[in-house]
Design a protein around this ligand. Structure first.
Ligand SMILES: *Cc1c(COP(=O)(O)O)cnc(C)c1O
Length: 404
């Protein structure tokens, strides 16, 4: 039987189910095998250095490449409409490999002033210690991004919607700015997912996802990925992905692939549920403010409509005395888990206290940066990752837990 092997032309649901996978040639097994072997029997001419590695070489060592991980990489490349993909043990593993690949001592990078906590903290201290200069900028402010550029700027790094405040960045506009100065643009699209936004088609050079979130989708496997052009990713694979060692376990690759099969269907329900919960929270007397890209009240709703085909499943809300309400929710919620992380089939909620975050994670350089944060987050936000339960049950759960 001859089969479609590329799936570039099919719909997203077909891609999510089939891309990258094929019946096993030895057993005809319909589901992918997990190849756990760390090493492979090779011929005597095999290279011992990764420098000699060619595309489509035989399998040599699983940190260099693995058949199960490769299937996942192919599936992700098709979903993101990318030439190629490299999978990592976590989202942070992917981000670290990207920074070490693109930046050397004396270079400069412009980084979102609000972004995933570990990335923010890594670029506050670790990366500057390597004599790479970092400027933190509110990337929703195009003039601020332009003004931050220097002759040696090599990378602009943005996250949209950004974690945790759901502020958006105009990818196409930032791509024009980056390329005007010869810098690369990397977009962490974990919150948007390929169901919403295809940053490469808007001009980004690299897309990053934490696969731990929506793509894996079930809260049981850490993973990360970088997607982009072969010309950029082939050297990245050799130079940092393989050598820094953040390789994805084949078992996790298999779990994430299984999760991706239902990814487009899940994203529709995440969005539907999030819209219902957001609308309900917006009229709750104890809720001061709800932020969700799909609500007309989001300050950048027009950009959201232009840049996101799906508004995803994460919302934030503010209440009076958030810390006390957080304690009550942690104790009283029966369905929603009070926990970090997001993008799982289970709903997850967590309180982020502005004062705490300003001491640990976000170092704002200007009053404008702090006021942009405050416009979205006030003195603290609940970040709610709306899961795949029935929206009515989530609302009942929030209702009873918000009562005094
Ligand atoms: C979770 C997350 C990461 C880090 O991913 P890990 O898999 O936990 O390393 C990076 N960026 C965003 C936006 C995230 O939400």
């Amino acid at each position: 039987m001859s089969r479609i092997t590329s799936f570039q032309q099919t719909g997203e649901q077909t891609q999510a189910v089939h891309a990258g996978e094929n019946p096993d040639p030895v057993t005809n097994a319909s589901s992918p095998n997990i190849v756990m072997s760390t090493t492979y029997v090779v011929d005597a001419d095999t290279t011992f250095s990764v420098e000699g590695l060619e595309e489509n070489d035989q399998w040599i060592y699983t940190r260099w490449g693995n058949p199960t991980v490769h299937q996942l990489e192919e599936k992700l490349a098709v979903l993101e409409e990318a030439e190629t993909a490299i999978a990592f043990a976590s989202g942070m593993g992917a981000i670290t490999a990207l920074f070490f690949h693109l930046l050397k001592a004396g270079d400069h990078a412009v980084v979102s002033d609000v972004a995933y906590a570990a990335l923010s903290e890594m670029t506050n201290e670790l990366i500057p210690n390597l004599h790479v200069e970092i400027t933190k900028v509110d990337t929703s402010d195009l003039e601020a991004v332009q003004a931050a550029l220097k002759p040696h700027t090599k990378l602009i790094y943005v996250e949209t919607p950004c974690n945790p405040i759901l502020r958006l960045t105009d990818i196409a506009a930032i791509a024009t700015i980056a390329h005007g100065t010869g810098a690369k643009l990397a977009v962490d699209s974990t919150f948007a997912t390929p169901a919403a936004t295809k940053p490469l088609s808007l001009g980004a050079d690299f897309v990053i996802h934490s696969l731990t979130k929506y793509l894996g989708g079930h809260g049981d496997a850490l993973g990360g990925v970088i997607l982009g052009k072969k010309a950029d990713l082939t050297p990245l694979r050799k130079k940092t992905a393989i050598r820094l060692g953040g390789s994805l376990s084949p078992f996790n690759a298999w779990l994430i692939m299984r999760g991706i099969a239902t990814f487009p269907i899940r994203m529709r329900v995440h969005q539907e549920n999030a819209l219902k919960v957001a609308a309900w929270l917006e009229q709750h007397p104890k809720v001061k403010r709800v932020i969700y890209p799909g609500l007309p009240s989001h300050p950048q709703h027009e950009l959201a409509k232009r840049q996101m085909k799906n508004f995803s499943g994460i919302l934030t809300f503010q209440v009076e005395d958030g810390q006390a309400v957080a304690r009550r929710l942690a104790e009283k919620l029966q369905i929603i888990h009070y926990a970090v992380s997001l993008g799982h089939h289970r709903s997850l909620i967590f309180y982020l206290h502005t004062e705490d975050l300003l001491q640990t994670t976000f170092k704002f350089a200007t009053p404008a940066q702090l006021s942009s944060w405050s416009a979205f987050a006030g003195d603290g936000i609940f970040r709610l990752s709306v899961g795949l339960e029935d929206a009515a049950d989530l609302i009942i759960d929030l209702q009873q837990a918000l009562e005094d």
